[in-house]
Design a protein around this ligand. Sequence first.
Ligand SMILES: C[S@@+](CC[C@H](N)C(=O)[O-])C[C@H]1O[C@@H](n2cnc3c(N)ncnc32)[C@H](O)[C@@H]1O
Length: 289
Amino acid sequence: MVPLLSQEQCHTRVAIDDRFFDLLRKMILELSGISIPDNKRYLLENRLAHRLRASCCASFEEYYYLLRYGTGQEQERTRMIESITTNETYFFREPAHLQALQQAILPALVQARRAEGQTTIGIWSAACSTGEEPYTLAMLLRGVGAQLSGLEIQILASDLNESVIRSARRGIYGENSLRHLPASLRGDCFVPVGGGMRLRDEVKSAVRFANLNLLDRERLMLLQGMDVIFCKNVLIYFDLAVRKAVVSTLYDVLAPGGILMIGQSESLYDVSRSFLPVRVNGGVVYKKE
Ligand SMILES: C[S@@+](CC[C@H](N)C(=O)[O-])C[C@H]1O[C@@H](n2cnc3c(N)ncnc32)[C@H](O)[C@@H]1O
């Protein structure tokens, strides 16, 4: 199935025709929930160009059949999806939500969970990309030990894309990721290394990482009882049906009284009526009543 191409052929830019554009985006939707609109043909052509070259496929037709029937298809499908995801993120993104967590949500949760006799509070960053979001939470929560009165905060971070998870586990970041990091945390939480800043082990060890697909309801349901879910800046890549399915799973994973946070430019309008939208510190969060 894998054709032998010359070096020159391997580097030619390839266009995708209607049929294979539709077949490929259907496959991407099924595997990841990511919806590629009609006018984003160039996105597939650009982002998959290097996968075609690496697989030495002369056309998207060959590449599609390789993914569908070729040997090692599982691995190439994973690489294909990794090439499609948008992983933009940075430390201390969307500070209104971070303040809301620190000043209002967490104190209320601590009080409620203590009254219920719980020993842990679970926070899940559900599309964590290269780790800046969960590590931001770990940095914020370093200072709240005294308020916790014996409760332990556990931070889980996951993403569909295994390569960003690997990068998150390494914990080395460039200036682009650090552009909104408060100056005082630079020295406290990072050490300079060649070509970047490495997170100190005490911050790194506060976060557990996993490779999880938001479409995989069965596995996600194992996380039931979460108190806070950050599912930010990922729903925008899904169509309405997938958003509804994912948000319904997140609702079921949350403990009663738990909070869902989505990106500040995202909305649950039309997606779910189950949550109570609550305005806290200038940001909207969604509460499971
Ligand atoms: C733009 S990043 C958002 C990162 C972070 N939450 C933030 O707001 O800065 C979107 C992430 O969603 C992940 N993603 C896309 N589809 C996913 C799925 N079906 N399951 C889990 N993660 C997914 C991508 O791999 C990417 O890392």
